[in-house]
Design a protein around this ligand. Sequence first.
Ligand SMILES: Cc1ncc(COP(=O)(O)O)c(C=O)c1O
Length: 292
Amino acid sequence: MSDSLKIYLDGEFVPKSEAKISVFDHGLLYGDGVFEGIRVYGGCVFKLEEHLERLEYSAKALILKMPWSRQEIAEVVCDTCRVNDIRDGYIRLLVTRGVGSLGLSPRTCEKPSLIVIADKIQLYPEKYYTEGLKIITVPTRRSGPAMLPPMIKSLNYVNNILAKIEAQHAGYEEAIMLDDAGYVAECTGDNVFIVHKGTVYTPPPSTGALKGITRAAVLEIAEALEIPLKEQPLTRYDIWVAEECFLTGTAAEVIPVVEVDARPIGDSKPGEITNKFLEKFHDVVLKDGTML
Ligand SMILES: Cc1ncc(COP(=O)(O)O)c(C=O)c1O
């Protein structure tokens, strides 16, 4: 990360070293806030509108009133890229509950903070895409819709971090998290897809996953390429016997999985349909968004 990076913080651009928030911000004290991770490809902020809509929904679910219009936030996001000359990179957009007292109550927080960071991204190693990932299922369950609904992209990622720690402890980089009923929910920071007998399957997000923007892009690509796709609950067994498996996420894009819980997936190489999605995805990211 360059030292000359300028961070947008509540109305101004400040150097990275001066971009600080209060220790009384409930975003820090309780993870009370919402965020988005967004990519910019060749000057196109990929699916910015969709990210801003999800941010609004997350905030609404937490009764976190944002005093900025969607257009204002969009401009701040684009300006942060322009100011830092980022045409290919990663944007982190955060809204914290703001400064309050030490108690939990959001009522003590007078105004939310808006923070935008745009930087070059550390890409995943190329071999993840050419060779595929090996992953496992971990004991920690994804919190369900009646707990902390995973559709809310909140600043509280401790549920996912527990799963990440378990995966890393076992020597893996990513983990499948099951929902409370034992169905596949998602990975710690990605949605899950499988391919079985020519049809693509992914769990419906309503059962306990984030409604991924990359996931939605894959649904659109499937339609454009006329690849049959079904949203239905999946078990671990469904994944073990699939011919292909891949994960989707803003940072990971479309990443092939070649082993799950020590079972090889297909012939242990990134699958043909996965590669089609990956290729088409690289096309759409340059067009489907807001140009800087
Ligand atoms: C828990 C979780 N699931 C799925 C995703 C993928 O969502 P998206 O494609 O919008 O990045 C993310 C990444 O933001 C995530 O944090």
